[in-house]
Ligand binder design. Structure first.
Ligand code: LLP
Length: 443
């Protein structure tokens, strides 16, 4: 596939925002110098397109901000669990934050050598998942209840394997974000009340199979200011000091993920400065503690590296509204429907003409199947391509087969190559696990 002749410039711009105008031929949106029109032609739509350079650049912001202190950046697999992206990040030294046995399988498939850099969060781990993670010898379990700690001790004893654990404490700190992705208040299901943590660490000493490794906290996602992270870590730091007085010396503090991005795409947003400020707030709270710092960023690393490409099927008017109906739907990207999330949508080859106010919607049979309401957009016509930007995090990872729609293909632009990292699902694959009543196996 041909690349834009001004590759270097294109790529330099691509790092700031990876989807940018190509400069050869007609005005057109590209990624890493590649034409999105050509990609859609080759791989079909809906199609997720990611920039590997951008992912590595974003990951590097954390590495740079943390240089000079003992640290591990554990990418939150749930944000985008594509094997190729996990491999890419592992090659750059990432650890991984997982929340299920399935995610552990993904890490073991993509980067088995990174298993010693895996932390396992989640409020509902099963005995089987605990066994699998013990067997795999992950770095640490992030334990979210006393009952889970008891189960962990029992499973570790059965296998005669030590289990390193961190309590995930709930610091009871408010962070301004969407209620569905806020986790750090005592009313949320996550973590252990911080006031109980000291007692639980002390009680855990009676098990010879439990090793208190660290403490973790995650207060929510898409948080745009550093202050709540600092407030949460100040409470965690107090706990670390108390435990030290009790003779329990933790080796790590994990500040979770949650740093937000600018979905609005403002020119002033400086991602390295945002990471620096975030890290400074955390480090400020941990001042004086000689302890390893773990972070679990997901969205910040992958969101802006990805776009969902969709083709316009129809443009129609109903009453006062104009609807742009695309071949991508809420099953491919559910964020607008679920969190009223705002994603920028741009025509890949802009047509001349004034912007119009439209609703951009999908083909799924629900009124919640929308990408934008009352959006001012350059005119589009059936057959045109649009790119839904900043869709690299919680896009494909939250996709489904609702309405019996096969999930999109995914391509990764890495240096000079375009790699198909997941082919489009086929209808045969969707039907394969099912049994039709009459011929199904009797149970
Ligand atoms: N660590 C833990 C324990 C988490 O629960 C999460 C996200 C992260 C790290 C990563 O957070 P991030 O850096 O990506 O904000 N589906 C929602 C977001 C859900 C976040 C769940 N937990 C969305 O599309 O906005």
């Amino acid at each position: 596939m041909d690349r834009d002749s001004t590759t270097a410039a294109g790529r330099a711009r691509g790092l700031a925002r990876p989807f940018h105008s190509l400069t050869n031929g007609p005005q057109e949106l590209g990624c890493g110098g590649y034409s999105l029109t050509a990609l859609a032609g080759q791989y079909g739509t809906p199609l997720y397109v990611y920039s590997a350079d951008h992912i590595i650049e974003r990951f590097g912001y954390f590495e740079r901000a943390l240089a000079g202190r003992e640290h591990l950046v554990c990418y939150a697999v749930k944000a985008n669990s594509s094997l190729a992206i996990l491999r890419l990040l592992a090659e750059h030294g990432a650890g991984f934050d997982i929340v299920s046995g399935g995610e552990l399988r993904r890490v073991l498939t993509a980067a088995p050598e990174a298993v010693g850099r895996v932390v396992f969060s989640g409020a509902g781990k099963t005995a089987e998942e605990i066994d699998f993670a013990l067997e795999s010898n992950i770095l640490a379990f992030h334990v979210e209840s006393e009952a889970e700690l008891k189960l962990l001790a029992a499973r570790a004893a059965r296998r005669k394997r030590k289990a390193r654990f961190s309590l995930r404490v709930n610091p009871d700190v408010f962070a301004e974000t969407h209620p569905y992705i806020s986790t750090g208040l005592s009313e949320h299901k996550f973590g252990i009340e911080i006031s109980q943590a000291r007692r639980i660490y002390n009680e855990a000493r009676s098990s010879r199979w439990l090793v208190a490794h660290g403490v973790s906290a995650h207060i929510g996602s898409q948080i745009r200011t550093a202050e709540p992270f600092g407030a949460a870590m100040a409470r965690v730091a107090r706990l670390v000091c108390e435990l030290e007085r009790d003779g329990i010396r933790l080796r790590s503090v994990d500040a979770g993920g949650g740093l937000g991005i600018d979905y609005e795409g403002s020119a002033e947003f400086d991602p390295q400065a945002a990471v620096n400020e975030y890290v400074a707030a955390i480090e400020g709270a941990l001042k004086g503690l000689d302890i390893k710092l773990l972070l679990e960023p997901g969205r910040f690393v992958v969101a802006q590296a990805g776009a969902l490409l969709a083709r316009v099927l129809y443009v129609k008017r109903n009453g006062k509204k104009t609807f742009v109906i695309t071949d991508a739907g809420m099953n491919d990207l559910i964020r607008p429907a679920l969190y009223q999330a705002w994603h920028e949508i741009v025509p890949v080859r802009p047509r001349p003409g004034a912007k119009k106010v439209v609703d951009v919607v999908g083909p799924v049979c629900e009124s919640g199947d929308f990408f934008a309401h009352d959006r001012r957009m350059k005119p589009v016509e059936p057959g045109d391509l649009v790119a839904i930007l900043d869709a690299g995090a919680y896009g494909m990872a939250q996709s489904s087969n609702y309405n019996s729609r096969p999930r999109p293909a995914e391509v990764l632009i890495a240096g000079n190559e375009v790699r198909l990292i997941r082919r489009r699902e086929s209808h045969e694959e969707l039907l394969a696990p099912e049994l039709v009543g009459l011929t199904g196996a009797a149970v």
